[in-house]
Structures are given as C-alpha cells and as structure tokens.
Design a protein around this ligand. Sequence first.
Ligand code: C2E
Ligand code: MG
Ligand code: MG
Ligand code: MG
Length: 287
Amino acid sequence: ETKVGGRHGYRFYTPSMRERDSARRRIEDGLHTALARDQLRLLYQPKVDAVDGRIVGAEALLRWSKEDGGWWLPDEFIPIAEDSGLIVPIGAWVLRQACRQARAWQREGHGIPVSVNVSPVQLDDPGFLAHLDAALVESGLDPHLLELELTERVVVSGSQATGALLRAIRRLGVRISLDDFGTGYCSLSYLKHFPVDVLKIDRAFVHDIIQDSETAAITTGIIAMARSLHKDVVAEGVETLAQSEFLRDAGCPVLQGYLYGAPMDATLLEARLREQPPGQRASSGDT
Ligand code: C2E
Ligand code: MG
Ligand code: MG
Ligand code: MG
C-alpha cells in the first residue's frame, strides 16, 4: 500500500482516497475532543538490565481509547496529529503526565528514568522548552529521570537551531536518546555534532540478528561504537532469549521488548518494581 499525504507528498484522488481523507478528518476531529475528554492514556514498557534483568527504566507509549472500548495505536493517529499540529498540545500532555508518573514512582522509592517520545513537529514549536520546563517544575521530577526519545528525522533535518535546542534540553538535565537508530539516514558523523546520550538500536536489527550474520555484525559494531563514544545503548524489540543473549554478549547493557513485557498500565509496572529485590545499581551504567 502506498502512503498518501505527508507534508511533501503528491495527492491524486480516487474514491478510496477520498474515503481515506474523510477518515483522516474524523480522526483529527476525534483527537480534538480526546484531550478534553480524557481519552488519552500512557502505557509504560520496561527497560531491563541485560545481565540481571532488573527494570532500569520505562518508556511511555501513547494510547487513545475509542468510544467503542478499543484503542487507537500511535501509528494510526500520530501522523495525523503531526500534520494538523495537534501533536503540540498532545505532546505537552504526554510530557506532563509522564513526569507526574515518574515523580510518583520516585516517591515510592523506584527512581527509574522514564522516557517520552517526541516528534520533530513538537521540537519545531517555539513553546517546546517551556512545556518541558513546566512539566518538570509542576511534577517536581528530578530532570535526570526524564529522557526524550527523538528519531533520526530530527537530527537529519536538523538545523543549527536544532543543535541549540538539544543543548538547551540537556542543560535542564534531561537526557536525549536517538530512537530507531540505524534505520534512517543518520550518518555516524552527525553523532559528533548532536548531543545525544543514548542510542536506541531499532527493532528491525534485533529481529534479524540471529538469522542474518551481516545484521549481527552491524549491531555488534553499533554497540561497540556507542560504548567507545561513552553513550548508553538500548536494544528495542527483544522478543526471544537468543536475541537477548546475543545482545548481552555483544555488550548491550539495556534491553527492551515483549520478552520482558509489553507496554502496560502504570500500576502493573509499579507492581513489578515492588517485586524486584532491592538492587545494588541505581540505574543502567553510564560508564
Ligand atoms: P517507538 O518509540 O520506536 O516505540 C516502540 C514500539 O514498538 C511501540 O509501539 C511498542 O509497543 C512496540 N514494541 C515494543 N516491544 C516490542 C517487541 O518486542 N516487538 C515488536 N514487534 N514491537 C514492540 P507503539 O506503542 O505502537 O508506538 C509506535 C510509535 O509511535 C513509537 O515507536 C513512537 O515513535 C510513536 N509514539 C508512541 N507514543 C508516542 C508519544 O507519546 N508521542 C509521540 N510523538 N510519538 C509516540
Ligand atoms: Mg521510542
Ligand atoms: Mg523505537
Ligand atoms: Mg519506532
């Protein structure tokens, strides 16, 4: 299926496209009210220590509940929210909500960093830093416990201004992670100019590491490079024991994927945090 739309896409109309357009409009209208009616929710997916399996972080993932009780997934509505600009108020809500949750866990003695996905459209909004700062101040969260996951799109299309913004974010104490690393057009030399703390290896690599020796070699290389640049590394989309063992042996310190838990309710994650024995390490290795 070809993708229609996007800011630079051509459009030519067929009846089915017209239907799709009206579907987009319905989603857009729905999103307008979703914020007001409290129909947005965050689920949290654990990130675990590759060696001892302890939960060392969590990623907030957005869900939108339909009137009929089901859920919309982000891939179905984030692009529409981006095109319409609605991602700006939605993103501000996500930041506030995630910071509040992370602060609640911190109070309970589970000071794990929480990461939030941020779209390039949000970063282009002049109010972004103010939203971020407000979320931190309102919640009282230690900024080191917040991480922003940005995709390579940000870095590649990134101007001088993007670099300055990323530096301002880090000055607040917030960490920056490069999501879906390896899938975009991010040349490794960008890493010299853009201040990122974490590389998050895309799940497409993880998916193939066992069957495909070239993917295995590339993944091992990314992990080694990240470590020698003193960046943290996370592998996402870990589904099997074989994948987790490969990644651990390649030196990847933090893993995330269905093997350790799908995105879940905050209360469920908190229960899992309570179950784990008190740990020696405070967080994933910054070394
Ligand atoms: P992402 O940040 O790369 O998130 C990883 C996606 O992979 C999530 O899908 C997660 O549920 C899924 N996943 C996790 N573990 C596994 C696994 O082991 N196997 C497989 N096959 N999939 C796994 P989800 O929640 O549908 O989110 C999709 C994307 O939507 C995210 O990709 C992120 O780019 C975007 N997104 C999610 N929440 C937000 C948000 O609050 N704001 C913005 N701007 N984007 C968001
Ligand atoms: Mg992410
Ligand atoms: Mg990702
Ligand atoms: Mg993704």
